[in-house]
Design a protein around this ligand. Sequence first.
Ligand SMILES: Cc1cc2nc3c(=O)[nH]c(=O)nc-3n(C[C@H](O)[C@H](O)[C@H](O)COP(=O)(O)OP(=O)(O)OC[C@H]3O[C@@H](n4cnc5c(N)ncnc54)[C@H](O)[C@@H]3O)c2cc1C
Length: 416
Amino acid sequence: MNHGGTGFVYPLLMKKHYDAIIIGGGAAGLMCAWQAGLLGRRVVVLERSKKIGRKILMSGGGRCNFTNLYVEPENFVCPNPHFVKSALSQYTAWDFIGSVQAHGIPYHERDHGQLFCDDKARAIVDLLRGECEKAGVDIVTQCAIDKIYFDEPHGTYRLNTSLGDVASNAVVIATGGLSIPYMDPTPFGYDIAKQFGLNVLPVRASLVPYTFTGELKDMFARLSGNAIPAIINAGKHSFREAMLFTHRGLSGPVVLQISNYWHESDPIRIDLLPDVNLSNTLTAAKRSQPKSLARTIIAQLLPKNVVLEFEKLWWSELQDKPLADWPNTQIERVGTLFNSWEIIPAGTEGYRTAEVTLGGVDTNEISSKTMEANKQAGLYFIGEVLDVTGHLGGFNFQWAWSSAYACAQSLATKGA
Ligand SMILES: Cc1cc2nc3c(=O)[nH]c(=O)nc-3n(C[C@H](O)[C@H](O)[C@H](O)COP(=O)(O)OP(=O)(O)OC[C@H]3O[C@@H](n4cnc5c(N)ncnc54)[C@H](O)[C@@H]3O)c2cc1C
């Protein structure tokens, strides 16, 4: 049924024409719908689950770290380092902050410029839902999409959905990644990319805690709940933030950050005392307090229970010997272990607890200005489904907002 414009709508679903169909009612999909609606486009969001914005609701420990004051292209992992620049400059952190302020949502800054809601993350979902309503966007939940066909002569995408068929000349894939299995994430976005001949890079869980086995797992479990500042390196990347011991291994912001750069079976190097050269400190203590035990000196720098565990691991044979009796080589060895401890995680906690999916639709296939597929006019990919992964700290939402905005500007240029 051709309604004469770009929109072709089949009954059962809606009785309207749509200039664009957005698949996925998460952060990126809702932002894109809002912005395209503002620009006069007739838009529908098709969301598979009962509720929109579910990841926003659980984000930032329930307070949604919705952006960051210091957004730079370097905060994103993407094999194509220039890809994020255009979208990030079209819609900046300050643009989103402006909307948060206009809605009177109280927020605060935490370390490293991270902005969180003072109250519940629901305020951000309400902002998006309210703006979509004002902009005349239709949001349809519990709508499963079975297939997308491309009607080449008309440049039209026809969708078979659980609520009927619908069509449009523009389809935006905003289906996110694979993390949090109980939310039933789908590889739909990757499958559609492949269907249209686009390359999809391998995906894996990221911003995710590490797991360990054997002696280290047992030790970390005994220390579970303790957090210390640390620097972790993987290859040439390094982060300094809090590290948390857990029942399964290591977590905390520094671990999540480095997981974006870690590959299975690679070693990581941990500095457990980022501001102290422990060999020098112990050598000086050997001179000034020769009767002291190493653990007494180190317990001035780290929690005592943490020191006792590392003592068992690294210098049990010397534990009751005063520093005066320590050979310099042992001081050097223990100092180096604390400042540059190399270990290989057994793995990660996987999608069960990961905040994001690394990998996805190859950005070389996508216009960085509009998010449209280079070789498939009218097909767009935004948000996490793309191979763009932000650092921890509000960058993943900023990518969702910015990529969605860039896409909406392009949708507005397509004649209805
Ligand atoms: C526990 C947790 C905490 C997080 N905290 C933060 C944070 O504080 N700050 C930050 O920046 N990032 C955070 N993130 C990451 C952030 O949530 C995501 O990067 C962001 O939501 C991605 O937006 P998106 O719209 O691309 O995908 P999503 O928000 O995941 O939305 C995708 C939507 O598509 C729907 N969908 C999937 N398949 C289909 C289909 N076949 N048909 C129709 N609909 C479909 C899904 O149900 C979902 O509603 C967190 C993630 C998790 C898991």
